[in-house]
Ligand binder design. Structure first.
Ligand code: BTN
Length: 291
């Protein structure tokens, strides 16, 4: 994950009243059933508390407000649509009905941990879950989920610091699950896709999410017990962009070269045509070659 997405954006924002909504009864819509999710969930912590809404501005925003009120580790906020879905680097995230838009509050009890590592755990879980449905799933640094040249999902991590430590992290995952071609605006059509388009079959969202959360919880366990190296090694198996030529837009400059590695701190290493190696902690990667 890049440091750019680690913003502490709860300050100065109008607060809604999540505690009232937390008492809502279980909800079912044509895409999602909270009861179904509960019956399928085999996790110990992730998703033990579920806040589902037919519509929210942004699940990340709502999860942050819940976290500020002390909601526990593993609380899941999920919305059928988002009216102000947030992407990385201040971009907006198109979130119509049919997608999987959710955020988790993470308050890891183990130390030390890095928020960018948590993003990698989420990316790996998402890639593993998608791979059970379609082939050729890949991860592009920092944590975009692709199938060949089309993006099918992304991750937005935000956190609140307390001194040198993190009080909580919000990890928001957006996955184009059951979106049809016509649901993408023309500007996204050439670069985005969905599981439905690729598999030509509707995916059952509660089952998909239950699988993802279980895989994620197991990856978090590995991270807490063995550190980031084994997580990164598994992540790299999906990192098909490594070894290819890329163009990286960083906040200060654009770098072109071969993507040679991702480091244990989560930075991307790019070797330019002069042989110079750049270690990049924040930016956007575009592939210049297919391999
Ligand atoms: C990206 O720019 O690739 C990251 C996109 C993250 C989108 C998800 S959808 C659920 C959660 N809520 C948000 O507002 N954003 C994240």
């Amino acid at each position: 994950m890049s440091k750019d997405s680690l913003k502490n954006s709860t300050r100065g924002k109008k607060k809604i009243s999540p505690s009232k909504n937390l008492t809502l009864k279980s909800m079912t819509t044509d895409q999602f059933s909270e009861e179904k999710l509960k019956s399928l969930l085999k996790t110990e912590q992730l998703g033990k508390k579920i806040c589902f809404f037919p519509s929210l501005e942004s699940t990340n925003l709502f999860a942050k407000q819940l976290a500020e009120k002390g909601e526990p580790h593993g609380t899941l906020v999920i919305a059928e649509t988002q009216t102000k879905g947030q992407g990385r680097l201040g971009r907006s995230w198109h979130s119509p009905k049919g997608g999987l838009w959710f955020s988790l509050i993470l308050r890891p009890s183990f130390r030390p941990f890095l928020p960018q590592h948590l993003t990698f755990t989420a990316g790996l879980a998402a890639a593993q879950t998608c791979s059970r449905i379609i082939p050729n799933v890949s991860l592009r640094w920092p944590n975009d989920i692709y199938v060949e040249s089309k993006k099918i999902g992304g991750i937005l991590t935000e956190g609140r610091t307390k001194g040198n430590d993190f009080e909580y992290c919000i990890i928001g995952i957006g996955l184009n699950v059951n979106l049809t071609e016509s649901e993408f605006p023309s500007i996204l059509k050439s670069e985005a896709s969905s599981l439905l388009i690729l598999k030509k079959e509707k995916v059952e969202i509660p089952l998909f999410l239950a699988n993802l959360l279980l895989l994620w919880e197991n990856i978090l366990k590995i991270y807490s017990q063995k550190g980031f190296a084994p997580v990164l090694n598994s992540w790299k198996k999906y990192a098909h962009f490594l070894g290819t030529f890329v163009k990286v837009d960083t906040p200060t400059k654009t770098i072109e070269g071969e993507a040679i590695d991702v480091t244990l701190s989560g930075s991307l290493k790019v070797q330019d045509l002069d042989g110079m190696i750049h270690e990049i902690s924040s930016g956007d990667v575009r592939r210049l070659t297919s391999n």
